[in-house]
Design a protein around this ligand. Structure first.
Ligand SMILES: NC(=O)c1ccc[n+]([C@@H]2O[C@H](COP(=O)([O-])OP(=O)(O)OC[C@H]3O[C@@H](n4cnc5c(N)ncnc54)[C@H](O)[C@@H]3O)[C@@H](O)[C@H]2O)c1
Ligand SMILES: O=C(O)C[C@H](O)C(=O)O
Length: 339
């Protein structure tokens, strides 16, 4: 397939300066919705650097022409285009393989993620409606909080339109995994790149359930250390919110985690074997109708839900403690669309 590097249209400068071939399997269009924000900008930068991305569509209600012009000067193949305002949303999403959604407001100190519901629920609903129209087969990677409710919201929008495929809608919980890997590596003096810890459940407080008993390499902690580590992973978002003192929540680590997850989706789409990431998805592994577990990703999105594995007694308690809040947040999202 032909691809073009397009330079900004400055008068007298030829537009297409080089043509080259890419295979269809390495030729993906990705959109970022909320691309001008604290997460959106560094996330877009990371995606621009990935060779699997050949078109990068930046959508926001402000500033995307500037962000797109800036990124378009980077010497990588992805063609970058900015779309600003609701009237351009379908053009932005048309033909997308993956839509990553960090649109919406972040927390300030003292707020819970659920306190963002009133603002972010309608933002995610409207973006999901545009996806139904413009790219119903795209993989959706939802970052906007509260993830435990925004994923059910997007899913209900797809159901209403008769376009729902539960294998293609994901709540991004990768940052919980990234944090668990980092904190455990720090505690055990390990290379963080070698540590892998599944984190299951949801993405808020007690619904975040790290499975340290399943860490690779195997690690052991006393009961009190295990408790302290688990609480730190559960409260890590709040740790950043407090440190930023009113200037928002995690953006750079989230951009890293969001790019890692979006690229995992592309690697799956491309047919790469053994691509595994945790994410919050429609699920029947517990009584909660959505639940994060490790997933095998493939050409159709979720190829296989890898489930809970064997939980320690401590982790069974975490599961018991987190499920009621998770079910309530899911219900709240579903009712928002179906009221
Ligand atoms: N899932 C996670 O692990 C995780 C981690 C960090 C942050 N978050 C969440 O991500 C969201 C974004 O955080 P941020 O720090 O980037 O916030 P931000 O305020 O810096 O950026 C949000 C962007 O969304 C845009 N936006 C607002 N309404 C929009 C709409 N209707 N359509 C498109 N874009 C719209 C804004 O213009 C802004 O550019 C928050 O809800 C935050 O809680 C989730
Ligand atoms: O904590 C937040 O509000 C943002 C995000 O969910 C996080 O975990 O960093």
């Amino acid at each position: 397939m032909l691809n073009r590097i397009v330079k900004p249209s400055i008068s007298g400068v030829p537009k297409a300066v080089k043509c080259f071939s890419t295979t269809p399997q390495n030729n993906f269009k990705v959109a970022v919705a909320g691309a001008s924000g604290g997460i959106g900008q560094p996330l877009s930068l990371l995606l621009k650097q990935n060779p699997l991305v050949t078109e990068l569509s930046l959508y926001d209600v402000v500033h995307t022409p500037g962000v797109a012009a800036d990124l378009s000067h980077i010497e990588t193949p992805a063609k970058v285009k900015g779309y600003v305002g609701a009237e351009s949303i379908c053009d932005a999403f048309k033909g997308c393989d993956v839509v990553v959604i960090p649109a919406g407001v972040p927390r300030k100190p003292g707020m819970t993620r659920d306190d963002l519901f009133n603002t972010n629920a309608s933002i995610v609903r409207d973006i999901a409606k545009a996806c139904v129209e413009a790219c119903p087969k795209a993989m959706l990677a939802i970052i906007s909080n509260p993830v435990n409710s925004t994923v059910p919201i997007a899913s209900e929008i797809f159901k209403k339109a008769g376009k729902y495929d539960p294998k293609r809608i994901f709540g991004v919980t990768t940052l919980d995994v990234v944090r668990a890997n980092t904190f455990i590596a720090e505690a055990k003096c390990l290379d963080p790149l070698t540590v892998k810890v599944p984190v299951i459940g949801g993405h808020a407080g007690v619904t975040i359930m790290p499975l340290i008993s399943q860490a690779s390499p195997k690690v052991s902690f006393s009961e009190s250390e295990l408790k302290a580590l688990t609480v730190r992973i559960q409260d890590a978002g709040t740790e950043v919110v407090k440190a930023k003192a009113g200037a928002g929540s995690a953006t750079l680590s989230m951009a890293y985690a969001g790019a890692r997850f979006a690229i995992a989706l592309l690697r799956g789409l491309k047919g790469e074997a053994n691509v595994i990431e945790c994410a919050f998805v429609k699920s029947d592994v517990t009584e909660a109708p959505y639940f994060a577990t490790p997933l095998l990703l493939g050409k159709g999105g979720i190829e296989k839900n890898l489930g809970l594995g064997t939980l320690s007694a401590f982790e069974q308690q975490l599961l018991k403690a987190g499920i009621p809040e998770l079910i309530a947040s899911i219900k709240k999202g579903e009712q928002f669309v179906n009221k």
